[in-house]
Design a binder for this molecule. Structure first.
Ligand SMILES: *[C@@H]1O[C@H](CO)[C@@H](O)[C@H](O)[C@H]1NC(C)=O
Ligand SMILES: *[C@@H]1O[C@H](CO)[C@@H](O)[C@H](O)[C@H]1NC(C)=O
Ligand SMILES: [Zn+2]
Length: 293
């Protein structure tokens, strides 16, 4: 990471909500994962976290964002993103050696914390972050320095992706909003628009190679910087109110990325806990009807 980028990020440390999927996004990712982890993984995670209620992963999903702003946790600040030094909108790509930086990044953090199980809270959070396209982009500090208009007010591009657009879609940011979003996205995974793609979401997942696995996720996510976040470059998103056509084109990608993040998190936790992805499957079987196994 360049010194300039680092300084800009340090300044932004005083704006806790500016650099991550908001509470709603992280809680929804965790709730989707809860729907797909195996029973063994659920017991394993509940034991580590010492929480057994029906929001056990979601309750801890934003802990890493609070921790990064404490003096004990400031070391973890770079772990929330990977600053792709690419050239959107003409070229999007992520390169681990070029982009991860000496202080670590979200890919090395997923690797490190996959190897130590007490770090479950970090993993729940970082698998969410890596699916936000602007967490995989260096340009303008991941869009934090791109001033935009949202619903008549000044805002920045990163923040509307983290928070404004998800909250507009769902209508709030409470745990019960996250629960209703997780329910509807899980039903798209089980039997709706994602059902035929969900197996492909796990292509290349390999617990013995977390860097390759997480780089695959970062690369998928970064591609949306060119195709959807700023298809016509920075100046185009600086014009007009993004609470309109821009929102309409972005929200299907946000929903897809939240669903993918939750599904991949479930598979990753199952691998850590049990060695197998063994996702619960809910589907129509001609002989036994609708079942979850
Ligand atoms: C679940 O338990 C945790 C830890 O005690 C608590 O913080 C959280 O609010 C609880 N969630 C619900 C929905 O009761
Ligand atoms: C991962 O662990 C290595 C070796 O201990 C360390 O150098 C690196 O900074 C860590 N990175 C992250 C993101 O945790
Ligand atoms: Zn984060």
């Amino acid at each position: 990471m360049s010194f300039t980028t680092f300084s800009a990020l340090s300044l932004l440390a005083s704006l806790p909500s500016a650099l991550a999927w908001g509470t709603l996004g992280h809680e929804t990712v965790a709730l989707i994962a809860q729907n797909y982890v195996s029973d063994d993984t659920a017991s394993w995670a509940q034991g580590i976290l010492d929480i057994t209620n029906d929001t056990y992963l979601a309750t801890v999903s934003t802990w890493a964002d609070s921790y990064r702003y404490t003096s004990a946790g400031s070391f973890s600040e770079p772990y929330h993103f990977i600053d792709a030094n690419d050239d959107p909108p003409s070229s999007c790509n992520v390169d681990y050696d070029r982009d991860c930086g000496d202080g670590g990044c979200v890919v090395s953090a997923i690797q490190n914390y996959t190897q130590v199980d007490y770090a479950l809270r970090f993993i729940i959070h970082f698998v969410g972050d890596i699916h936000q396209p602007l967490h995989d982009e260096a340009l303008e500090v991941g869009g934090n320095d791109i001033d935009v208009t949202w619903d008549g007010d000044d805002n920045n591009l990163h923040h509307i992706w983290d928070t404004e657009m998800p909250e507009k879609k769902v209508g709030g940011y409470t745990m019960s909003d996250a629960q209703s979003w997780a329910k509807s996205l899980s039903s798209e995974i089980d039997s709706g628009s994602y059902s035929s793609d969900k197996d492909g979401w796990l292509d290349g997942i390999d617990l013995s190679d977390p860097v390759t696995t997480a780089m695959g996720w970062a690369t998928d996510s970064n591609a949306y910087v060119c195709s959807t976040v700023m298809p016509d470059g920075v100046s185009a998103v600086e014009k007009g109110d993004l609470d309109g056509d821009y929102y309409d084109s972005a929200i299907p990608i946000i929903e897809l990325q939240i669903a993918r993040a939750g599904y991949r998190l479930a598979a990753w936790l199952n691998l850590i806990a049990t060695g197998e992805t063994s996702l619960k499957i809910c589907e129509m079987d001609l002989t036994v009807g609708f079942f979850c196994g």
